[in-house]
Design a binder for this molecule. Structure first.
Ligand SMILES: [Zn+2]
Length: 207
């Protein structure tokens, strides 16, 4: 905790001071251009990997960067309401779904039942990604651990793009061309980000 408290003081003395004018303006309103949906993983830092400033990204983070399919049931409200607010109220121009390498959430899809003994809510949440697991097992029924890992992480990003398009207001804006949707895959140890090319059906390095 000491590290965090010292960090809060250092922030005010350093970064805040450097960008004081920006923070003053942001004190009145936010006008983010992008909804960034990423994993909660501590190693994925959206502002850092996109070189953006406060006020630019509206961020949703959850285990395995999942988007629940559109529904009226009242389930998964935290994620669904944040998507709704970003698109309908803040009118963001872009949505980025960002998966990453070595994702614990994606790996958990293949864990035995005993693994979830203390993680009942994680287990329930990850049910949203079970179609991804099924697709991976069809392609790599007995693939090695490494190839299954990256395939799951990348297919998961593609699946979440499909889920986004089940939201009527997102599909409408996407078709009109007023909202872009991108699927990204971030590799922690190299800093590389790959973007899913919807037409070609594979991930390309952003350069
Ligand atoms: Zn993750």
């Amino acid at each position: 905790m000491k590290k965090l408290i010292e960090g809060a003081v250092a922030f005010r003395q350093n970064d805040f001071e450097t960008h004081e004018k920006l923070f003053f303006e942001l004190g009145k309103e936010q006008n983010p251009h992008t909804l960034f949906i990423g994993c909660s993983d501590s190693r994925l830092v959206p502002g850092m990997i996109t070189t953006t400033m406060p006020g630019e990204l509206f961020i949703i983070r959850n285990v395995a960067n999942l988007v629940p399919p559109f529904q009226h049931t009242g389930d998964y409200l935290a994620t669904i309401s944040a998507i709704e607010f970003a698109v309908q109220a803040l009118e963001v121009e872009n949505i980025v779904i960002c998966g990453h390498s070595n994702c614990g959430g994606c790996a958990a899809l293949f864990k035995p039942e005993a693994y979830f003994q203390k993680l009942p809510h994680t287990r329930k949440w990850l049910e949203l990604a079970l179609p991804v697991k099924e697709k991976v097992l069809q392609i790599l029924p007995d693939g090695n651990h490494a190839s299954r890992e990256w395939l799951t992480e990348q297919m998961n990003v593609v699946e979440q793009i499909k889920h986004l398009l089940t939201y009527p207001y997102i599909a409408e804006k996407f078709e009109k061309g007023t909202l872009s949707i991108s699927g990204w895959y971030y590799i922690i140890e190299t800093g590389e980000i790959y973007c899913y090319n919807i037409e070609k059906g594979f991930f390309e390095l952003i350069n």
